[in-house]
Design a protein around this ligand. Structure first.
Ligand code: FE2
Length: 238
């Protein structure tokens, strides 16, 4: 591929971003909308919980009534849910599900062979965005399992409709380079929009933290094509 041609769209977007900075954001709404990168869709994967836990809050490191915290590096992230024009969206549901430190999900088939699920890890959580469109999760750094880099699964539900299914990644993970699902996002700006640098949180004992804004379009996403019988996928979501 011609490298020069490949980089033109990216440069154009960077130019739009610098225009926004230079004008303090005073720029026509059409251009502004183009400057906001819609968060790309990623597959739901096979491990959306088939039995939701009783505790579904946004702190996955502790289960209500549990004695011990989950194992692993405490990791938090949050930001705003925005529409393509940059308007914060309040009252929408953000769901998170992910592997525990052993690479296991809370799913009846979510433990790779020879691995045991951490019973202290909630595995799934959700939060409704506040009036500023903000959300936040406290969880652990996702464990690794065969064939994938570390990742969080995220879904956004607005007015009862699944608007977006995606995944969030940690910058600097060596497996990012060969992760087929992450690499399937061909557009560089879009791919970078789901990779975040998690930094040590000040004063919190070396925990990791990141900021991640999620940008959704106006229409609910199309449902994923049903999985073929016998491939171990979950029953369709209601
Ligand atoms: Fe996964």
């Amino acid at each position: 591929m011609n490298n020069r041609a490949f980089h033109i769209p990216l440069n154009r977007r960077l130019l739009l971003r610098s225009l926004l900075l230079a004008t303090g954001g005073v720029i026509t709404s059409g251009v502004y909308a183009e400057a906001l990168t819609l968060t790309p869709r990623q597959t739901e994967g096979p491990y959306y919980p088939d039995h939701l836990p009783l505790d579904q809050d946004n702190d996955l490191t502790m289960i209500l009534g549990g004695q011990a915290p989950a194992g692993g590096v405490v990791t938090s992230f949050g930001g705003r849910l925005l529409d393509a024009d940059g308007k914060p969206l309040s009252g929408s549901l953000i769901e998170l599900w992910q592997a525990d430190q052993n690479g296991c999900y809370i799913h009846s088939r979510g433990a790779p062979q020879g691995r045991e699920r951490d019973p202290a890890f909630q595995g799934y959580g959700k939060i409704t965005t506040n009036e500023k469109g903000e959300y936040r999760f406290r969880t652990i750094k996702p464990g690794l399992y065969t064939g994938r880099t570390r990742h969080f699964h995220i879904a956004v539900v607005k007015e009862g409709k699944r608007m977006l299914t995606t995944q969030l990644y940690l910058a600097g993970e060596p497996q990012n380079e060969k992760d087929g699902i992450l690499r399937s996002i061909r557009d560089e700006m879009k791919r970078l929009s789901v990779i975040r640098e998690f930094k040590p949180a000040s004063g919190e004992g070396g925990d990791l933290t990141a900021t991640w804004d999620i940008v959704i379009g106006r229409t609910p996403e199309d449902p994923e094509p049903p999985r073929r019988k016998g491939t171990g996928g979950p029953p369709p979501r209601p």
